[in-house]
Design a protein around this ligand. Structure first.
Ligand SMILES: NC(=O)c1ccc[n+]([C@@H]2O[C@H](COP(=O)([O-])OP(=O)(O)OC[C@H]3O[C@@H](n4cnc5c(N)ncnc54)[C@H](O)[C@@H]3O)[C@@H](O)[C@H]2O)c1
Length: 442
């Protein structure tokens, strides 16, 4: 194990005693909940965000993230433990900087690293010896070493000697379901640019998290996150393909998965659905694929999984057309009501949500589309169409030709939906306890 310099030992002591000040750059789904958890364990947390509305909301103790209650945020702000600003100059007062900015894909499918580059360049302008910088944004293996490190070292400071630099993947699972997994209970993987960077970063996270898993390098830590998300993407694609197969064979795929998961070992249940959504699973594996291609390696699983998962919204539209056809009704001018547009249960996040594409395709084929989602009051589709959620009691379900369940929010009165709707396409198997003939599954 690497010897710690006197400077590193002093830093670790400061962190362990809870006397350190942390800056979190990017206060979104990842950064804001993390800021609150850290504010309970450190002297102070400052959030830096370029979005003035978010900075302003935090100042007023108003949360804009589902998983962060106003009361919790307000308490931390009033106690002076947490504040937000757009000013990177505040980094001068901070010992640790964690970067949680977005890492989307460009329209071409290549990684869009502009948010990392902008935030790292701003951090570099205020970097001083004795600070720890950690990237938590998901990116391709090598990002911390090849992209972040040289930019931070531009003015002559050296990582591992003058400051410490590491990568630690964020593993949060948004939504109330992750109440089972509090952030501090999820083991935290940490890998530094040098062994001393790993040790210093691990000591910092040791103050916040119950378990810290040290890996040898930042590149290994980056790859860990991509393995986790690629694993999900590939397994979801496999079961989605099984669903397409079962549809042709006249077998209920849900019954198959439920029976298979009674095996006590060697099988983890994944479920088919209308397509992938959110900021992680549909995006992250393509960061890895992009990097692999730069090295002349053609990743096959990632691409195949991506293609199968991307087919699912079109499969849902095809099933909708087939069901209407059986009723002697064309999709054109059919009244189709979508239940749920968030990408997963009980969240308001619609990033990459398959519901948006499903509604866009339905609309482009002439269907009269409406939706209900109490978590998502309004959406704008990629073709520019703006839509507003119709409360269930005003949605005229008995007059709709078809109801498509895309998101299985837990607060929907499903019994009433079953009773009122004439024809239902359930893409989540949320109606598994009903055996009415007008319910059809993916
Ligand atoms: N959302 C998830 O469930 C999840 C889970 C694990 C990992 N991640 C990863 O975490 C990272 C952040 O994701 P997110 O969902 O929190 O994103 P988000 O879009 O919710 O939040 C990002 C925040 O960064 C701010 N920002 C953008 N550029 C900035 C800059 N230059 N300086 C300061 N602030 C800036 C934005 O205004 C926004 O508030 C991504 O890499 C994502 O892949 C997300």
């Amino acid at each position: 194990m690497a010897e710690m310099t006197e400077e590193a030992s002093r830093f670790v002591e400061k962190v362990r005693s809870g006397d350190a000040t942390l800056a979190i750059v990017g206060l979104g789904y990842v950064g804001l909940p993390l800021a609150l958890v850290c504010s309970r364990k450190l002297k102070r947390v400052v959030g830096i965000d370029v979005d003035a509305r978010r900075v302003d909301a935090i100042g007023r103790g108003k949360s804009y993230i589902d998983d962060v209650p106003d009361a919790q945020l307000g308490e931390a702000v009033r106690a002076g433990k947490f504040s937000a600003t757009a000013d990177y100059g505040t980094l001068r007062e901070c010992d640790v900087v964690i970067i949680c900015v977005p890492t989307p894909l460009r329209k071409t499918g290549d990684p869009d690293l502009s948010f990392i580059v902008q935030s790292v360049d701003a951090i570099a302008r205020h970097l001083a010896p004795g600070k720890l910088v950690v990237l938590e944004s998901t990116s391709y293996p090598g990002t911390t070493r090849e992209l972040v490190c040289p930019r931070l070292e531009e003015d002559g400071l050296v990582a591992g000697r003058d400051f410490w630099l590491a990568f630690s993947p964020e593993r949060v699972d948004p939504g109330p379901a992750y109440g089972d997994y509090k952030i501090e209970d999820i083991p935290k993987v940490v890998g530094g640019i040098t062994p001393s960077c790993t040790r210093v970063a691990a000591a910092f996270y040791g103050r916040i998290m119950k378990t810290v898993v040290e890996v040898s390098t930042s590149t290994v830590a980056e790859m860990v996150k991509l393995l986790e998300n690629t694993y999900r993407s590939v397994n979801i694609a496999m079961v989605n393909e099984l669903a397409l197969m079962c549809h042709e064979l006249g077998i209920d795929v849900w019954e198959v998965v439920d029976a298979a998961k009674t095996k006590p070992y060697g099988f983890e249940a994944f479920y088919p659905g209308p397509g992938l959504g959110g900021h992680c699973i549909p995006v992250d594996p393509f960061y890895l694929a992009w990097k692999a291609r730069l090295h002349g390696f053609e990743p096959r699983f990632i691409d195949l999984a991506g293609r199968i998962n991307a087919e699912m919204p079109r499969h849902v539209v095809q099933l909708a057309m087939d069901l209407l056809n059986q009723q002697g009704k064309p999709l054109r001018d059919a009244r189709v009501h979508v239940l749920g547009v968030a990408y997963k249960r009980d969240v308001s996040d619609t990033r990459e949500s398959p519901a948006l594409l499903i509604m866009e395709i339905l609309g482009s084929k002439g269907a009269l589309v409406s939706y209900t989602d109490d978590h998502v009051p309004a959406v704008t589709l990629a073709d520019g169409t703006k839509m507003a959620s119709v409360p269930l009691e005003r949605s005229d379900l008995p007059w709709k030709d078809l109801v498509i369940i895309v998101t299985d929010h837990s607060d929907v009165p499903w019994g009433r939906v079953v009773k009122e709707a004439r024809l239902i396409l359930d893409t989540r198997n949320v109606l598994k306890d009903y055996d009415e003939e007008h319910i059809h599954k993916i």
